[in-house]
Design a protein around this ligand. Sequence first.
Ligand code: F6R
Length: 614
Amino acid sequence: MCGIIGYVGNQEVAPIIVDCLKKLEYRGYDSAGLTVLNGKIETYKTVGKIKELEKILPKDLKGNIGIGHTRWATHGVPSTINSHPHNSGDISVVHNGIIENYLPIKERLQQEGYDFVSDTDTEVIAHLLHSKLYGSVDSKSKISSFIEALRSTLKEIEGSYAITTVCSSEPGMMLAARKDSPLIIGIGDNEYYAASDVTAFLSHTKDVVFVDDLNLVMIRPEGAEFFDLDGNVLKKEKTTIDWDIEAAEKAGYEHFMLKEIHEQATSVHDTFSGKLSELDGSVNLEELKMSNEEIRNIERIEIIACGTSLNAGLVGKYLFENVAGIHTDVDIGSEFRYSNPIMDENTLSIAITQSGETADTLAAIRSCRSYDCNTIAITNVVGSSITRDANSVIYTRAGPEIGVAATKTFTAQLVTLYLLAIRFARARGMIDVNEAKDLLVNLKRVPGQIQTILNHRDTIRECAEMFAKERDYFFVGRHLNYPIALEGALKLKEISYIHAEGFAGGELKHGPLALIDDGTPVVAIATKGHVYEKILSNIKEIKAREARVIAVANEDDREIEKYVDWVLRVPATNELLSPLLSTVVLQLLAYYTALARGCSIDKPKNLAKSVTVE
Ligand code: F6R
């Protein structure tokens, strides 16, 4: 997730862009850059925060039109070359989003003589736009207008984007466009802003137009015009927003955690975007530096992680064993580092860490080196420490997570584990094309299903408020839903400070039932699957102790209503994928419970976002 900005007006643009970028810094902060249009395009970019960019800007940088970017890397490490803007001839582009088909376009443009300097997907937009405007890399005469060239570029690229772009042969204008990535136009006094969120320009204007998908905007000092991809002029209504800066950073949500829970429809999609082929049931994981033969030789997988990432790892165990047929162990980083594991070159170690900086996970994966085994890191932070310690690095594309409680990074980790499990299963001949296709088709439906859950959040809120004063809370699940019970309990305890524990349903009678009595809330994850009847019988055991049961169940499950006190619904999906949906319900349950108890949700007491010490 990056931040983009553009400005057209009568003030000096460089200080305005810098000011707007500082407001966007929370969206990403590994590098930044800007382009000023002043007869030519003048571009400055650097690694680090916006204050580093400020240091390299000439004092006399003049111009009234410009674009800027603050980056959270997805393609290519944080570096000056990879930071935006990306230029081609007299064109400069900034982009937020992911271009899924950038590789074939890049190869074609390279054959046409375009010189690519970065590892980014965005550079493709700049060169493609140039080729549409001038016809070839060397030509100086235009074959279309700037807006026509952008329209034609957008028709060719697949994926998500919010773009602002300028061209020095079109001196009085900036163009902007969006698809599946936010873009808002701010309207000031004879000046216009285009940004990935209103936070950027809120101190300059509160009058905005929200740009719709597949719309283009042509912004000149005299006004902003809106078009669809066929060139039809669109009429847009101006809205005045009443958010202050703090509310705007949270996109109007009360807390970052709630915003991040809501971002999951997008972050789940972004994490699998460009990697699935439903036609042949294959998963394309370029980042995985393992041949099919090496995958076939894996005898055991060792997953290492802490906290929420550990719970993702426990789901991974079920996936690798059930889908790919590979024996899998899961270990806590802090325990593994002091153990004497039995490993060899046929063991694959997978470290899962959203921050990439958790000291125990880092130490554990480093200790695997002496066993000669292959290692994979799954992380959300490009260039983080873990990326230097693994043979392959697979990035989740959740964007920066600010709330201390992990939410969108957890579901993105799960998506990555599904992709790996399917990739391994295909290489080892453990599932056929049709089974793989079924999983991929269902995975593609998950973002929409998450949105359905979010649309019904009021029921979850009502339930949370009902039980918010409890002292203890229990979560039970079986099979894949057992780690989700652990994760539900972890979320609740860390932000609401209620004592919460997760159990495997079958373990209840081996101890935990002693804790359950009259009125204790117990959340049972009871989505349909091969252990559904088993969890129903656990629910009956719990009800016999007069506890109150909240079930997480499928939309069409009427049977469950007979046995429980509350039902929180999730759409039906392939049994293996249901953790991606049940988790969202439990995150909302934890959030609304903490809200009702007046807790400090984004910064719970005693906890840090990244645990870089032992
Ligand atoms: C819980 C939470 C922590 C982290 C744990 C590992 O919501 O955020 O339990 O999951 O500290 O962090 P990473 O994934 O950065 O290694």
